[in-house]
Design a protein around this ligand. Structure first.
Ligand SMILES: CC(C)(COP(=O)(O)OP(=O)(O)OC[C@H]1O[C@@H](n2cnc3c(N)ncnc32)[C@H](O)[C@@H]1OP(=O)(O)O)[C@@H](O)C(=O)NCCC(=O)NCCS
Length: 199
């Protein structure tokens, strides 16, 4: 687990640091609540969701930020083909509104990008605000001939090469290529035992 500090972290009431760690199954409920709060329930209709529907995130590339035992941030990456070139799509990235501007978003991004690079991935694509993502090296320089499976704003389709030239000449549709998500584990349904001597 990587502990990450920023000077303003002392603003937390109990001055506890936050940590970035691999997402756990037990994070899912809190993650979904965080995403609903951050993007609204219409988030499932967003174009990038078409790249995630029914898919599992890329192996080892789903992360949670935790503060004082609470899930306060999330980021995941997903396998795609960008006009035939293997790449990752990043998102959604979200930090709990009570913990923003403390460096958690940046820590999640840096951790996720380093992990993707360490795993040998060549490029990361996302749809987001250029003003935020430029600080991590994202730009629209290599996405001009790429498209998403739905409406999107050209200037918000951004990419970062983790390996120089990984996106050179790419053109066409970005489509999902990740493994199918595992269905949620079936719940054990307990039926009350009938009393042998019930009337
Ligand atoms: C975007 C988000 C993840 C940033 O998380 P965070 O932990 O506050 O990020 P950091 O602390 O690393 O960086 C905060 C800085 O980014 C800036 N910032 C945040 N969102 C921004 C945006 N959309 N465009 C430009 N700058 C932005 C903040 O103003 C702040 O600037 P400062 O350092 O000059 O004060 C968080 O604001 C969030 O969850 N927003 C709602 C969901 C969302 O929009 N996700 C991104 C999809 S594009």
């Amino acid at each position: 687990m990587t502990a990450v500090w920023k000077t303003t972290a002392a603003l937390f009431s109990d001055a506890a640091p936050f940590a970035i760690r691999a997402e756990r199954a037990s994070d899912v409920r809190a993650r979904e609540a965080l995403l609903d709060a951050s993007f609204g329930e219409g988030r499932h209709a967003r174009t990038c969701q078409r790249l995630r529907d029914g898919r599992a995130p890329a192996e080892g590339l789903a992360f949670t930020a935790v503060h004082a035992g609470r899930v306060v941030g999330t980021v995941r990456l997903w396998h795609v083909s960008a006009g035939g070139v293997p790449a990752l799509v990043l998102g959604p990235l979200a930090v709990d509104a009570s913990c923003r501007k403390l460096g958690i978003g940046a820590a999640l991004m840096q951790h996720a990008l380093a992990a993707a690079k360490a795993r040998g991935h060549g490029a990361v694509i996302l749809r987001g605000d250029p003003d935020y993502y430029a600080r991590f090296g994202f730009s629209a320089a290599k996405t001009g001939d790429l498209a998403l499976p739905g409406p999107f704003e050209r200037e918000r389709l951004l990419a970062l090469e983790l390996r120089d030239g990984a996106l050179d000449g790419t053109c066409g549709m970005i489509v999902p290529t990740g493994a199918a998500a595992r269905p949620p584990r079936a719940r054990l349904i307990r039926t009350p035992r009938l009393a042998a001597h019930a009337a």
